[in-house]
Design a protein around this ligand. Structure first.
Ligand SMILES: Cc1cc2nc3c(=O)[nH]c(=O)nc-3n(C[C@H](O)[C@H](O)[C@H](O)COP(=O)(O)O)c2cc1C
Length: 232
């Protein structure tokens, strides 16, 4: 049995790290697919998928969708862009959900799936969670749970973060503060802007939550009746 991790954040950053941690905590065979650098256009509503339940747009989507649909379980993670799931993640789900639903096929129906939701601000990932829930419900996935975290605004490394008053670093820390390693959010340093050693405490809580989510996902996958290879 194989679990697929799919992430629409940057390579090596918090979205990917957290998806990977949930995956590893399943203790099952797994693969991680990053949408970063891949071309996944939004749905054109061309109806080219109606007869075959397969999207006809010629980009990287179809090969990824095939691997996701063939898995026994899924961990999906996305960052928040403009109070929504980022466009790359959303484009993927637009096409997966639309191509799968004609004639009520729902190729991933009942597949156990876990959600990973990242933002740059308070670590609740609330907008990504809301969007992911809608897509998971439409795809008829079996939602096992979620884990949310704070990621690193690109403003931490853009070179202007300490001066730019409309950037993410200023939003968190305000004027006159330098960008130092202990102020950068990571898996082990969650919401460090809160001070009082909160970053390390929340980091431990996050790792614990990710571990438990992975274990729960594995139990759900293992308790699911095996699919017959001939099943429609
Ligand atoms: C274009 C853009 C818009 C963003 N909008 C929001 C936002 O509305 N709210 C928020 O909390 N974070 C926002 N962020 C911050 C990202 O959610 C954050 O940087 C996250 O860590 C990115 O995930 P990654 O580091 O795994 O790639 C935005 C980032 C970008 C690049």
């Amino acid at each position: 049995m194989r679990v697929i991790g799919l992430g629409s954040g940057r390579r090596g950053k918090v979205t990917e790290s957290l998806v990977r941690m949930v995956l590893e905590s399943t203790g099952m065979d797994h693969d991680f697919i990053s949408l970063s650098g891949k071309l996944v256009r939004p749905c054109e509503a061309c109806n080219g998928c109606v007869d075959t339940n397969t999207c006809v747009l010629p980009d990287d989507f179809s090969a990824i969708a095939e691997r996701v649909q063939g898995a026994d379980g899924l961990v999906f993670g996305a960052p928040t862009y403009w109070a929504r799931m980022n466009a790359k993640g959303s484009a993927f789900w637009e096409r997966l959900c639309f191509s799968g639903r004609h004639s009520e096929l729902f190729p991933m129906k009942g597949m156990p799936a876990a959600m990973v939701a990242i933002d740059g601000s308070d670590g609740t990932g609330e907008h990504v969670l809301a969007d992911t829930k809608r897509y998971f419900a439409d795809a008829r996935l079996d939602v096992v749970g979620h884990v949310s975290a704070q990621g690193e605004y690109a403003c931490f490394t853009c070179g202007l973060g300490e001066e730019c008053s409309v950037g993410g670093f200023h939003t968190l820390y305000g004027e006159g503060i330098s960008i130092a390693p202990e102020r950068i959010p990571s898996m082990d340093n969650q919401c460090p802007h809160l001070g009082d050693g909160e970053g390390a405490i929340r980091g431990r809580v996050l790792r614990d939550a990710a571990r438990r989510l992975g274990e729960r996902l594995a139990r759900r996958i293992q308790s699911r009746p095996r699919r017959s290879p001939d099943a429609p």
